[in-house]
Design a protein around this ligand. Structure first.
Ligand code: GSH
Length: 256
């Protein structure tokens, strides 16, 4: 039986349409993407930042088609084929683009070893503390659980915001830390409309950072229409989503 998540709007909308249109031609790097996916948006932002030639291919990862499973056995977008070889995991892909295309600037990781390690610590924080807290909030049912989840999310965001040098996480340069978190900022109208979240309630630092980073050109170029995201998030808000991430959050497991 098809899972409800399979019923996806089939293609990007808004600004992201022209970006998809500009990347139809075959290239040695094929980017398997889902227009709706925040993890995809991370890798997509890096491709756009660096002007790397790539071919965009839309995939519905909930269908678990054989060709896609051959590329990513986890059946998740994003994934790439590079010279016929497969890779996946959004942050691994971001670092791969950095390493495989050194002549394509800007760099998303600083050259200095300490600052690079510091950036990776906060990318790790985004994955382990922020993303699960964000998902728990949108999936929480009932006022009490929602208040608890919102407090947990605010706590994570305040810790993050306290480290922001401004205007980007590391200062003047846009980096992997910004890439790791910005797709969820782009989508935060969902908790704002349905879970009592607001940027100002987190902190002034957070609001200033979020308002700035969401205006980055690569972020705008990979963004679809707000109402299309809202359709997908409806399943999370009703706690009906059957994605691997939703199942993991429900079971208290690490998000795959
Ligand atoms: N850890 C993965 C997560 C990717 C992910 O969960 N992608 C979702 C779409 S946003 C997916 O493909 N879901 C299909 C499913 O859950 O069956 C990454 O960072 O790339």
């Amino acid at each position: 039986m098809p899972v409800p998540d399979e019923q996806l709007f089939p293609h990007a909308t808004g600004n992201a349409i022209s970006t998809v249109e500009a990347h139809k031609e075959p290239q040695e790097l094929i980017f398997y993407a889902g227009w709706f996916c925040p993890f995809v948006q991370r890798s997509w932002i890096v491709l756009e930042e660096k002007g790397i030639p790539y071919q965009y291919k839309e995939v519905n990862p909930y269908k678990k088609e054989k060709h896609f499973l051959d590329i990513n056995p986890k059946g998740l977008v994003p994934a790439v084929e590079y010279h016929g070889k497969a890779l996946y995991e959004s942050l691994v892909l971001c670092e791969f683009f950095e390493d495989a295309y050194p002549e394509h600037k800007p760099s998303i990781l600083p050259g200095d070893a300490y600052t690079k390690a510091h950036a990776r610590l906060w990318v790790d924080f985004v994955g382990k503390a922020f993303v699960p807290a964000y998902m728990r909030l949108i999936m929480a049912q009932g006022e009490e659980k929602q208040d608890e989840a919102r407090a947990e999310l605010y706590d994570a965001l305040r810790k993050f915001a306290a480290q922001v040098k401004g205007p980007y996480f590391l200062g003047e340069e846009f980096s992997l830390v910004d890439v790791a978190i910005v797709p969820w900022i782009t989508r935060d109208h969902v908790p704002a409309e349905h879970r009592g979240y607001s940027r100002e309630a987190v902190s002034d630092e957070w609001k200033r950072y979020a308002d700035h980073v969401e205006q980055r050109e690569s972020v705008l170029k990979t963004k679809s229409d707000k109402d299309k995201y809202a359709d997908i998030y409806g399943r999370y808000l009703r706690d009906e989503a059957q994605s691997e991430a939703a199942k993991a959050v429900r079971a208290g497991r690490v998000i795959p």
